[in-house]
Design a binder for this molecule. Sequence first.
Ligand code: ATP
Ligand code: MG
Length: 504
Amino acid sequence: MVDGNYVLQVKNLSKAFPGVRALHNVSVDVKPGIVHALMGENGAGKSTLMKCLFGIYTPDSGEIFLNEKKVKFDNSKQALDAGISMIHQELLPVPLRSVMENLWLGRFPKYSIGPIKLIDHKKMYNDTVALFKDLEMEIPAKVWVRDLSVSKVQSLEIAKAVSQNAKVIIMDEPTSSLTEHEVSQLFTIIRRLRDQGVAIIYISHKIEEILNIADEVSIMRDGQHIGTFLSKDLTTDLIIKRMVGRDLTHRFPSKTNVPGQPILEVKNLTSANDHSFKDVSFNVRNGEIFGIGGLVGAQRTELVESLFGLRSVKSGTVSINGQETVIKSAAQAKLKKLALVTEERRVTGIIPMRSVKDNMILANLKKYVGKLGLIDERKGESDTQKSIETLNVRTPSIKTLIRDLSGGNQQKVLFARWFLTEPDILILDEPTRGIDVGAKYEIYNIIIGLAKEGKTVIMITSEMPELLGISDRIMVMCEGKVAGIVEAKDTTQEEIMRLATKFM
Ligand SMILES: Nc1ncnc2c1ncn2[C@@H]1O[C@H](COP(=O)(O)OP(=O)(O)OP(=O)(O)O)[C@@H](O)[C@H]1O
Ligand SMILES: [Mg+2]
């Protein structure tokens, strides 16, 4: 498309998995010193392409050129040595080692006393401090990685890539767990690296973010490369159109639910953990979509996990249908017809080595036990099949292991799992994180449909358009306290932001 020397060229790359053509004849050219975004629906093949570049997967056919030299990587070490680095979405550092040990793992500076080689801790420390200073990162060199925040771990991984002289740094959905402030810090680092000539390949579903940080955008659909465009020539609508292959004029379905009577009442609820939420009071009606907004760290997840019996509270009450209830476990919560879809699918959500079907019916096994105490496989299978169709889950079959699904498709299975329990109160924690625009729309449809049937939906989301577009009322939290409860139709983004920082 554009002239210039390329640092990385992919030519006619193809890769298939059993039952899936993940990449088909993909060609992409990446120039040095730019941010090259990669976009596409869930399962479009983005992560697979990156894993081929990084030596995790071997492509079936096609070629990769780095600085015009043909390369072939059998493992990630070879890719790293050649100058390609990847910041994984699931960060994988060694938690019980210090920051500096993580940074130099496998290449510790050494010195010799006679025949004995020893690790040069002093040099390692000095090199670490110098590197962080150079990148203007504030990370202590000697603390354990376990004690760092997600964003600091991410910075550490970026520093590692820089120290390995990476020419290409791949970032697969790097901002999904970052606060707004951390995102802007990350962007500062990305821009600095770009100006030093590093090529950044940046994968994200957040269109606003892409238009902000990317110079060029490659779009993938169904394992194929649709095209590469200059970011300044793109708009949100154009990106969506090229991603899904059709116009998607409305990002939100029209709302048809009518909130009724209060079903859940929370009074002065205070966490047993002194650093978490305090004195939270609100009620939610049936047929209502109740949004919970706030910045990362506002203790929203802690609050809903307490409602669901996963964390203990010190004081306050919870009533359902006018009856005071104490919920001490997820099993009790389920009996009360509550369901919770968690945000961290890898930690609390999926069982990687089980099938899509097993993962989907997990929360609802009772429903599938027949007269003789045996699981009614047929019913489980047909419900799974139905959910797959409704949510457009991309999977070769219901027997496929869930770990082989793309990130966004795993999230859809989790959503379906709880949806199948037919809850009265469905609590969603960041339900559309990592999910593409088309599937988001389907999920909104389901949420609105549930509310229309008189069910209650409580939804934590950090995406402002979603919070404003789907909720009836919005409770904004700040530092563990309720900063305000507003009618969605009467509020603005500015008011929500003001409330979200009210006690800071
Ligand atoms: N190890 C694997 N085994 C089998 N199928 C796989 C494997 N990895 C990926 N796939 C399949 O390849 C296709 C592309 O997946 P990929 O993870 O590249 O999508 P993606 O574009 O990164 O999507 P997302 O936005 O959801 O992360 C999907 O259909 C996925 O199920
Ligand atoms: Mg992916």
